[in-house]
Design a protein around this ligand. Sequence first.
Ligand code: PYC
Length: 416
Amino acid sequence: MGQKFSAAALFRKGISGDDWPRAWRHHDLQSTYDVVIVGGGIHGLATAYYLAKHHGIDRVAVIEKGYIGGGGSGRNTAIIRANYLTPEGSRFYDRSVELYEGLSDDLNFNIMFEQRGHMTLAHSDASLRTMRWRAEVNKLQGIDSEVIGPEDVKALAPMIDTSRRVGHPIEGALWHPPGGIARHDAVVWAYARGADSLGVHIHQQTEVTGIDVDGGRVTGVQTARGRISAPVVVNCTAGWSSIISAMAGVRLPITTTPLQAAVTEPVQHFLHPVVVSGTLHVYVSQTARGELVFGAAVDPYTSYKTNGSLEFTEGLAAHILELMPAVGKMRLLRQWAGLCDMTPDYAPIISGTPVDGFYVDVGWGTWGFKAGPVAGEQTAALVATGRVPELIAAFGYDRFAEGTLTAEKGAAAVGH
Ligand code: PYC
């Protein structure tokens, strides 16, 4: 899969001016596919990849309105972790960490996953109690998580102000060694190349304008480039998930809210783990290139806007300076927003729907990136077998009507 270059060959190629081999091909849009996946982000591409790889279903089209990875997959802070609050969530995201660990080998593409450890700070007795709760739930699922004290926080991230002089002194933290960061666009490209090599067609610049349903069954999709007939359509979009589902007559209990993030200029490495503070509404990691990547709470209103705001930058600066005063001299380079599709219980919906053949992998809130591999694997299994895998049994569409919610809000990195 893909072409391999030695380091020297890579260098020669880089300066040669020759074209690089295409990582995925262009195909004419076919009039029929066995499965059409709407959304060319990590979820859609991973679903296509596992459909072909694990289930031999390769007459699959991934339809993307813009360019692959241009939505939520390219608009996140690339954090991976499994330290959730519910047993269902913890097990699910633990499988994702496991898949991420093997992804560079599986796809022969370096996704730069670094397990630097993930630290969620507690600034009060109440949040320390939640950290203990999460640690116990995690341990019962075999996940490496424990509560540590302020002196351990200081040892793991010396730049953090652990003194009692600040407005919100640190009382401890949830420490989760398997957590870390990866390069988000590498994950997109790796799945795209992997899916392409197994026969999947990737169609960029192909907007879905309608979904055809006849007698309670999905029959195809209308696109700006023509109609495709297909007995199975999977909605793997983020931001637009309720709009796409409404085209099939399926209502989703989802509201959409922007989540902003920002990145600094690169500096020498000083921050190893991912650090999160719910109280200060901030999380931060340092990339392999040396930039600090920051995120904060979701915007306080629903919207489809993906631009940054000055209010966000001001709030972020105030909070990060309380946590790490020394970064005050660094300059922000860029900021952006991604769209978060929030469900009432903050858990996703991976499920069939009242329309036969129409499936959804949606409602990821602020957790879409870290779930990509496992969501793809499990959605593919659901679509291919028609049976609900145990790992996603708690994420069904019917749970909202039945009142069997999966209360995951307490695992949020920051305020929602
Ligand atoms: O839940 O780890 C998380 C997260 C980070 C950024 C947004 N959500």
